[in-house]
Ligand binder design. Sequence first.
Ligand SMILES: Cc1cc2nc3c(=O)[nH]c(=O)nc-3n(C[C@H](O)[C@H](O)[C@H](O)COP(=O)(O)OP(=O)(O)OC[C@H]3O[C@@H](n4cnc5c(N)ncnc54)[C@H](O)[C@@H]3O)c2cc1C
Length: 455
Amino acid sequence: MTVIDDLIEALGTDVVLTGDAIGGRYRSDASGTGRFLPLAVLRPASTEQVSAALAICDRNRQPVVPMGGLTGLAGGANARARDIAISLERMSGVEDVDTAAGTMTVLAGTPLEVAQLVAETAGFLLPIDLGARGSCQIGGNISTNAGGIRVIRHGVTRDNVLGVEAVLADGTVLSSLNRMTKNNTGYDLRQLFIGSEGTLGIVTRAVLRLRPLPAARLTALCAIESYAHVVSLLKSAQRGLSGLSAFEAMWQSYFRFNAEALNLTFFDKAYPFFVIIEQDVDGSDEDKDRFEAFLGQAFDDGIVTDALVAQSEKEARAFWSVREGHMMDHLLPGLINLDVSLPVGQLDDFAGDCEKAMLARFPAAHVSFFGHVGDSNLHVAVWTETPSEHEIDAIAYDLVRTYQGSISAEHGIGTLKRDFLDHSRSEAEIGVMRRIKTALDPNGIMNPGKVIPPR
Ligand SMILES: Cc1cc2nc3c(=O)[nH]c(=O)nc-3n(C[C@H](O)[C@H](O)[C@H](O)COP(=O)(O)OP(=O)(O)OC[C@H]3O[C@@H](n4cnc5c(N)ncnc54)[C@H](O)[C@@H]3O)c2cc1C
């Protein structure tokens, strides 16, 4: 009997897809770097089925790749032809909203947006939020420790996960579905599965922290003359705007490209920097007055040169459409989007050095910068006529190492950044990662080849 026969016998053919039943979408995550369809795709409907599947695979030394919504940008969910994929797509749904505690218990395959809407209906905000919300899954968000646009106010995914249920490589179900903020009872096992990109187990359920739902959100687009002024605006917004929920900066070339592509004009000239500021508020008239007074003060102080306050949801969407940059992805096929982290004060120095280094190697490259500046997270968008991802990565990550930054702020390591992990992590740290991996997955079946570089 083959491992596939074992799996079919235990789980049935509706769970185990093979051959032509495997659709092309299982080939790659959103990085577009996946090349193979897996040997089989398992679509379990319960934790018990995940456990049975992993126990069989472990006995047979069969490598498995967990798949969430496949929106990852680091190649973490890509399978090789000999791997078996375990997709969480049928384990979807919110099981419970605890309104007293402000928590929700969610199955790992639940799309983020579905969980957000259930939270909203119950009068809460699920603060994890990112552009891929319609397709990415809670299990994928946990496994990548996703960041996104609300981190400045509510932290990364790690800060919003109270408990996790996960299945280990040998099929052991580890239920750490804690619901309390305080729980100092030994090792915090949920942390093993947050950000480990499916290399230590499969997340099947989670308890998420909810926040009060803001009544309204105020949004402004600011034009700024220098990076020093961007930092000053950030500092004064952190001091003066309670409920600051986004602070997103765009360097001129990024802003101009996307605004022109969308046929949107906001200001009479192209300033060096543009910042979207958002504040969550109660919804009173005074909130708007205070927001405008804050911007007026920044203008008087010479920090902001011009600013537009969105008068409607539609206007706010227009600001965000430039920031989200979908037109750039569309018009520059093969665009490489790097995701790095550096001390806030150094983001622009890094951007200048990075652009110089890219242009020295690729004189016709289009290089632009944007990011969650409030979280010291810079995205570098690089397009060249002859895309050479490894070379572009090496230029950027060598520079990140010089700046003592992180080669991955929020997208994770997957396969694409694996060979650069030592640019941001010491030998001792990578050594401990290997020891944890061996302890939890002695046969090395969980998402092999991802995150941890080979010896
Ligand atoms: C348009 C767009 C915008 C994005 N914006 C952001 C952003 O602002 N911030 C950000 O951080 N990311 C962003 N991303 C990246 C991506 O959406 C996140 O990494 C997301 O968390 C991945 O979730 P997923 O369900 O699609 O996971 P997948 O891509 O399916 O998987 C990602 C990794 O997690 C593992 N995995 C998935 N599910 C499980 C599970 N249940 N148990 C164990 N391991 C699992 C996979 O093996 C893989 O290693 C964006 C992507 C796109 C396409």
